[in-house]
Design a protein around this ligand. Structure first.
Ligand code: GUN
Length: 281
């Protein structure tokens, strides 16, 4: 029977150590979360981040801009938060409405407050193997694998999806952990055959049940980053879970796998940032 990589349980397990680090600081870590518009999925994620930050004793600021906010307004808000000494972390919830230039906005965040790890400086540091802020979802996947005692060195790892938020940084982290990494995408030839060679599969495509059970090698480890809502309201991942379960050695459930770890890693990055910034002050 497959081991469940339980992100909810691991998040709870990591809570006390984070809380102790918060308590040791002279001032609480400050996290600012910006949401533009009211996309329902984004509202759920932002609400979870806010609640977790409050429970950990952070100084938490939720900033909402209307869906028709201008690029200049959003850039002005980012500049204000960059200059605010009580703010250690700035997160702009993605996706932004189509009229906004997301890249320019993410580039405007002070790299020292970039707890999402999306700024080119932080992506560059990760690509050179000297990470500072690492994107929360891939970092959470790595922590799940580490806590399950899965040894990555020498494994054939296949990452499906090359987004800046998940696939690309995930590939870099796995390579840093000495896995042999293949990064697949919509133009990959014979994806099922590539996945079938994998000891470790990370699915980050955003399509329900995209990775079929019969694509998996027996005994593979499966990390499912997808969170897709079906018309009947159920949340499912990018992997056909029921078909994958009997074949794999370990798998992340959806919900309760990667999702909670993303939020925990955001808290972790914010505490790191606050410790660094307060040590410098
Ligand atoms: N939207 C989906 N995932 C993320 C994330 O990790 N950070 C931000 N800012 N937006 C997201």
């Amino acid at each position: 029977m497959a081991t469940l990589l339980d992100g909810k349980a691991l998040s709870e397990q990591l809570g006390p150590a984070l809380r102790a680090r918060v308590a040791a600081l002279a001032r609480p870590p400050g996290l600012a979360v910006i949401q533009v518009g009211a996309d329902p999925a984004s509202s759920v994620y932002v609400g979870s981040k806010r609640k977790r930050a409050e429970r950990l004793g952070f100084h938490q600021r939720s900033l909402s801009l209307p869906a028709d906010a201008s690029q200049a307004e959003l850039l002005a808000l980012v500049a204000e938060l960059n200059a605010d000494p009580a703010v250690d972390g700035i997160l702009v919830q993605l996706p932004l409405p189509g009229h906004l230039d997301s890249t320019a906005i993410l580039d405007a965040i002070d790299p020292d407050k970039d707890v999402d790890g999306f700024h080119p400086v932080n992506v560059g540091l990760l690509s050179q193997g000297r990470p500072r802020f690492v994107a929360c979802t891939p970092l959470g996947c790595m922590k799940l694998l580490e806590h399950a005692g899965i040894k990555l060195a020498g494994l054939d790892a296949v990452v499906v999806g090359r987004s800046n938020i998940v696939g690309r940084p995930m590939a870099m982290l796995l390579e840093k952990a000495n896995a042999t990494v293949t990064l697949c995408h919509s133009r990959t030839r014979d994806l099922p055959a590539v996945v079938r060679r994998a000891d470790l599969v990370v699915a980050a495509i955003g399509q329900p049940g995209f990775v079929r059970g019969d694509w998996l090698k027996d005994g593979a480890v499966v990390v499912d980053v997808g969170i897709n809502r079906l018309p009947d309201g159920r949340l499912v991942g990018d992997v056909d879970y029921d078909a994958a379960l009997p074949r794999c050695a370990a798998i992340t459930p959806v919900p309760g796998g990667v999702g909670p770890m993303t939020i925990t890693m955001l808290m972790h990055n914010t505490v790191d940032s606050s410790e660094r910034r307060q040590a410098r002050a």
